[in-house]
Design a protein around this ligand. Structure first.
Ligand code: ACO
Length: 331
């Protein structure tokens, strides 16, 4: 997927092997980036850690001042290869655990999970994680990609654009929603002993109350998809497999209850973050790590846009319409 986004075509077997070898060679966490992460409090939001790491990687990149396509491609692969180590290590240090070194005998997703948990995961789990990474990789002119385009349009560098994009993605109206979905589940209360039907009934009641209070419920609605997010069925199928794998029907109950109540009341459909949140929870990720997982994948889409912007750049500088006082006089 990353190769397709950056090159416009799927790779041949040889190109894929070369590309995978390049990605595998760039997985280790730069010791200086690790030192910077270690200097941050363990209470720092993982998105702040990710944003800081992207910025440090930019300042330390040997091609920092070179924005040619070749240099940007190298920077994009470097960021894509190294960000999983940042996300995985940050989660581990918050639990007082040591860094787990990457393995080059594992694929991207299997290695990501290995570095996060220090254990190899079964193929079903790796596959569900891989599905989420593919679905998160690229999504046209969303807020963070637009941010990256705006920064690039000033002829700033690729890492600055990615750093800004991470800041935009953090907000709960955008990528932060996958994390917020889990807060909703927590607020309703996850009761493992509960049946699917009991959980669904409680979730439905919670949603009805939230909507009566005019609350925005994260994980629902989309600026572009007004009749449902086309990525949701694929991610929901992955979530279903994880619910079966981990034996957690009550989570499906919460999922169904909220979805049904929202549909009945407002006909607003879930977005990708809705099934992604509980999938990551089941895999054992901490809730604040969810949006950094999105970052690790979206680096591909952002950097593809950055290179495309530079190919035929023009400064993005919108006009605004002034509607304030017409004339002011000095007192
Ligand atoms: N919960 C409750 N009501 C909602 C929701 C929601 N999640 N989303 C939209 N609505 C309601 C609004 O309150 C509004 O109702 P009104 O007409 O009675 O005032 C109506 O639907 C239209 O909503 P807007 O906010 O105008 O729609 P917009 O296109 O601006 O918003 C957005 C899209 C920001 C994504 C919105 O749906 C939202 O805030 N959702 C929750 C955050 C979220 O899940 N973001 C993830 C986006 S996808 C992604 O990043 C992978």
């Amino acid at each position: 997927m990353a190769y397709l986004l950056w090159n416009g075509e799927l790779p041949t077997k040889e190109q894929l092997a070369e590309f995978a070898a390049r990605e595998r060679a760039g997985r280790a966490l730069d010791p200086v980036v690790k030192q910077v992460i270690d200097a941050l409090p363990v209470t720092s939001h993982p998105m702040d850690v990710c944003r800081t790491a992207a910025s440090v990687m930019g300042a330390r990149h040997p091609l920092a001042e070179d924005s040619s396509r070749e240099a940007n491609m190298a920077k994009a692969v470097d960021l894509f290869a190294a960000m999983p180590a940042v996300v995985a290590y940050d989660q581990r240090r918050r639990h007082g655990q040591e860094l787990v070194e990457p393995r080059d005998d594992l694929g991207y997703s299997a290695n990501f999970l290995w570095m996060a948990f220090g254990e190899e995961q079964v193929p079903e789990v790796v596959e569900a994680f891989n599905v989420s990474m593919i679905l998160y990789a690229e999504h046209s002119f969303n807020a963070s990609t637009f941010t990256a385009r705006v920064i690039t349009s000033t002829l700033s560098d690729l890492h600055s654009a990615v750093t800004g994009a991470i800041g935009a993605l953090k907000g709960p109206l955008h990528g932060g929603a996958n994390e917020a979905v889990m807060h909703t589940f927590d607020e309703i209360g996850i009761r493992q002993e509960e049946s699917l039907e009991e959980a669904a009934a409680r979730a439905k009641a919670w949603m009805e109350d939230a909507l009566a209070k005019k609350k925005k419920v994260m994980g629902f609605g989309h600026r572009v998809y007004k009749h449902g997010d086309s990525r949701v069925p694929t991610m929901k199928a992955a979530l279903d497999k994880m619910i079966a794998h981990y034996g957690r029907p009550e989570l499906l109950g919460l999922y169904n209850g909220l979805e049904t109540a929202m549909d009945e009341a407002k006909a607003i459909k879930p977005n990708l973050d809705y099934p992604a949140g509980p999938t990551y929870h089941l895999m054992g990720f901490d809730t604040p790590t969810f949006t950094p997982l999105f970052v690790a994948s979206r680096i591909t889409g952002w950097t593809a846009h950055i290179m495309e912007q530079l190919d035929s750049n023009s400064l993005i500088r919108p006009l605004s319409e002034y509607n304030g006082v017409e004339e002011r006089h000095l007192p």
